[in-house]
Design a protein around this ligand. Sequence first.
Ligand code: 13P
Ligand code: SF4
Length: 357
Amino acid sequence: MHTATLIQDYRLPPERVPQTVVETLARDERDECIRRIKRLLQEQDAALVAHYYTDADLQLLADETGGHVSDSLDMARFGYEADAQTLIVCGVRFMGETAKILNPEKRVLMPDLNADCSLDLGCPADEFGRFCAQYPDHTVVVYANTSAAVKARADWMVTSGSAVDVVKHLVATGEKIIWAPDKYLGEYVQAQAGAEMILWQGSCIVHEEFKGKELAELKRRHPRAKVLVHPESPASVIEQADVVSSTTGIIKAAGELDADTFIVATDKGIFYKMKQAAPDKRFIEAPTAGKGATCKSCGHCPWMAMNSLTKLLATLESGNNEIFVDAAIIERAKAPIKRLLDFAGQRKQLIYGNNDA
Ligand code: 13P
Ligand code: SF4
C-alpha cells in the first residue's frame, strides 16, 4: 500500500481549456499547402518533428520529408541527433522547449506558440520551487510535460515510456522522490516501481476524461477487444487495461498483439499511426464522458490540434513562432533531460518493451 502526501489540486479549471478546433481544408488548398511546405523545408534545411497526436497531414509530411513522428522521448532524441539547422516542432510547447534546450544553437519553430499542455500550465515554476524547498533531501523527478523553468529545478526528467524504469532505478539506489506534475501517472509509476513518492496533483484534461464505468460497459459489448491505455488516465481506466504504455508502446501493441479489435484510451490523433501499424484491425475510442458530462476535448488535445497545415506554412514563410529559452534556464534544464537520454540509450529494450500492466 502506497501513500501520497496530499497537496493543493492543480487540475486546470475548464475556463482555461480551449475548445478543440480541427482545421479542415479543401483538397486543392491542402495539396498546395503541402507542396509549399515541402519546398520551404528543403530551402531552409529544416526538419519536421511531429507528435502522434497531431494532424495526420503533419505526420505524413514529417515522414515524407525525412523528419520524425514519435512520442516525447523520441522527439527529444531525434532533435538532439538531427543535422538540420532548423527544427519545426509540431506538438506542444514543452516539446519545442526541450528541443531548444538540447540544441540551443539551432532555430526551433512551432506552428503555434499557444499550443500548451494542461500539465505544464498546472505546474507554475515558482509554486513548484516552493514545493520542492519543503523536501530538500528528495530527488526531484518531473514529467516531460513541464516548462523549461520547472525542468531547471529537477534532477530527472522522465517521459511516459521511461518513468517506471527511472523510478525503479532511483528506488534501488535508496532515493526519496518528489514527482510532478501528473498525479495519475505518478500513482501508476509508484505502484509499478514499488516507490513512495510525494505527488504534485496535476492532471491531463484529455486523459482524465476517460471513464472507468463506461469503459467496463464497452468491454462487455466487445469481449474479445484488448484495451490499450496511456498512463495519464485515471486508475479506474488503467486497471482495465491489457497494456499500459507510452504512445509508441500503444502503437506497437496494436501491431503485435493477437487481437483484431482494440479499445484505445489516449488522444485519437494516434489512430493514424495505429492504422498504419495494423491496417486490418479495428480501433474503438474509449468513452470520454458519461451522460450529462461536459467534454471539451472529447479525446483530442485542444493544444495539439492548434498545429495545422496553414499555421505550419505561415511559420515557415514568416520565420515567426521561434522558441527562446533563457540561457541560465537552458544550462540547468539540460542536465535532467540529458540524464534521461543517457539512461534511455542504455536501456532501450527495457523502455520500449516492459511497460505492460
Ligand atoms: P508520450 O510521451 O507517451 O507520447 O505522451 C505525451 C503526451 O503528452 C501524452 O498526453
Ligand atoms: Fe498535455 Fe494532455 Fe495534451 Fe498530452 S494530451 S499534451 S498531457 S494536455
